[in-house]
Design a protein around this ligand. Structure first.
Ligand SMILES: C[S@@+](CC[C@H](N)C(=O)[O-])C[C@H]1O[C@@H](n2cnc3c(N)ncnc32)[C@H](O)[C@@H]1O
Ligand code: SF4
Length: 385
């Protein structure tokens, strides 16, 4: 990568993602870059944290002329709360000292409900975290068992209420719909349970059966039924109806928030801002460069121990790819896309899509309707031609 490649683009905010690649155990459906302790013999969370500090130093050197302070920080995983509070706080403090944070910066950590208690929440709040994203997934015992989750149905709601009490005024719950065997009644109960925690934000993802996961094998061998795809649209519509009824506004196909509590970090990704991803397998995007780190935590730590960049590869974004991504990501947003951001050929199918009730045009912007959100990918394909 040549000098100057990481030049700041005017108007873009700078964010940091910190990937913590550990989980107490693997959930059968998940193919994130994360490891249970037995899968990483000889490597501790502390080793990883040390390496991550070194990568922050590398980022500080690479961005020394950048001049921007950081708008959002997101610790994700894996399970960031597998690291101790002072380890997470130490990494955040290092970012703050190296780059500074804008006033009211959004600082999120993901967490699994079973890893947190009241004391830990107070510690995290005191360390500067102001947003908590909890993997609830379901409020139903049977569905949680199918997903191989370790927590009880009520645990996420309990942790959310402790978090509010500890001073977090921005708590998000992740839900998954469409697990094998999940009924509409179970999904409704999950949504109602989540709303009982008065979350400021909810993400609801349709289950993806990822190839190579334990869940995919169980389905292949007939030990689990395949997810019922016919129910998927109805489950999405039920989410919209119940979450919307509670004042949570859908601002991205899979995300709902109280006004003002939209995830600024995710918005930075979706709007194509700049971010640096710390950690094994993390992706970064700054200026016209995108790069990704080596995937394996041990290799990552070994490279940083030598103060070598953990980068595995990079690409210079060409305008055509950048444009397609912009269309794809922004069409998923409630704010939609300016008509002037589309080429003439991309505007051509819009009249037909409006006629079929899949998109609407207000002023100079195009966005998906509720029906369009059910077929977001197909609409994007049609626009991009
Ligand atoms: C990195 S995980 C994070 C949080 C935390 N480790 C947990 O599971 O509680 C982020 C979210 O992605 C979603 N997710 C992971 N694998 C998925 C899959 N195969 N299909 C749909 N959603 C998935 C889950 O809702 C999960 O909470
Ligand atoms: S869903 Fe969360 S807890 Fe489960 S394996 Fe994936 S990252 Fe770990």
């Amino acid at each position: 990568m040549g000098p100057g490649a990481l030049t700041a683009v005017p108007g873009r905010v700078l964010s940091f993602y910190v990937h913590v690649p550990f989980c107490a155990s693997r959930c059968g459906y998940c193919d994130f870059n994360t490891y249970a302790p037995a899968q990483l013999p000889g490597m501790s969370v502390r080793d990883y944290v040390q390496a991550a500090h070194r990568e922050i130093d590398q980022a500080a050197r690479a961005l020394s002329g950048d001049g921007r302070t950081v708008s959002t920080v997101f610790f994700g995983g894996g399970t960031p709360t597998m690291a101790a509070d002072d380890e997470l706080g130490g990494l955040l403090a290092h970012l703050r000292e190296s780059f500074g944070l804008v006033p009211a910066a959004e600082i999120t950590t993901e967490a699994n409900p079973e890893t947190l208690d009241e004391r830990r929440l107070e510690n995290l709040r005191a360390a500067g975290f102001n947003r908590l994203s909890l993997g609830m997934q379901s409020g139903d015992e049977q569905v949680l068992a199918t997903l191989e989750r370790r927590h009880s149905p009520g645990r996420a709601v309990q942790v959310a209420s402790w978090a509010h009490r500890a001073g977090f005024d921005n708590v998000s719950l992740d839900l998954i719909y469409g697990a094998p065997g999940e009924t509409m009644g179970q999904w409704r109960a999950s949504l109602e349970a989540a709303l009982g925690a008065a979350p400021e934000h909810v993400s609801a993802y349709g289950l993806i059966v990822e190839e190579g996961t334990a869940m995919a094998r169980r389905i292949q061998h007939g030990r689990l039924p395949a997810p019922d795809e016919d129910l998927e649209a109805d489950k999405y519509l039920l989410a919209e109806s119940l979450l919307g009824g509670a004042g949570l506004v859908n601002y991205e196909i899979s995300n709902w928030a109280l006004p003002g509590r939209e995830a600024a970090h995710n918005m930075a990704y979706w709007r194509g801002d700049d971010w640096w991803g710390i950690g094994p397998g993390a992706h970064s995007h700054i200026g016209v460069v995108r790069w990704w780190n080596v995937k394996h935590p041990r290799r990552y730590a070994a490279m940083l121990a030598e103060d070598v960049s953990p980068r595995a590869g990079h690409e210079i974004l060409d305008e055509a790819i950048g444009h397609e991504e912009t269309v794809m990501l922004r069409l998923r947003l409630r704010e939609g896309l300016g008509l002037d951001e589309l080429t003439g050929a991309e505007r051509a199918p819009l009249a037909g899509l409006v006629g079929r009730g899949l998109v609407e045009i207000t002023g100079e912007r195009v966005r998906l309707t509720l029906a369009g959100r059910l077929f977001g990918d197909a609409v994007t394909r049609e626009v991009l031609g």
